[in-house]
Write a protein that binds this ligand. Structure first.
Ligand SMILES: [Ca+2]
Ligand SMILES: [Ca+2]
Length: 94
């Protein structure tokens, strides 16, 4: 009695999750400030997924994304992104 396991530091998964979330929020904030495709493009593959768009513009719905995705490939390429910006669908962040 009274002798438990050694006091291992416990790092709950939430710590990891929080760090990831914070990183994402910071990144999204930065991306929103820059508001350029290369900063929105989280994985750097040159096209934007719904996830990447929503990281900066969370108000964009799936339907809205499909509207912007003119060729229907499920991604926004540079021209589609620019068209969306110029069409006022993706508000420029300050
Ligand atoms: Ca991407
Ligand atoms: Ca597309």
């Amino acid at each position: 009695m009274g002798q438990g396991l050694p006091g291992w530091p416990i790092l709950p998964e939430t710590t990891c999750m929080t760090r990831k979330t914070l990183t994402l929020i910071l990144f999204a904030t930065f991306a929103g400030a820059a508001a350029a495709q290369d900063s929105v493009d989280i994985n750097g593959d040159g096209v934007l997924t719904l996830f990447e768009i929503q990281a900066v513009w969370p108000e964009v719905s799936t339907d809205g994304f499909m509207f912007l995705d003119r060729d229907g490939d499920g991604l926004l390429g540079p021209e589609e992104f620019e068209a969306a910006r110029q069409g006022g669908h993706l508000a420029a962040a300050n």
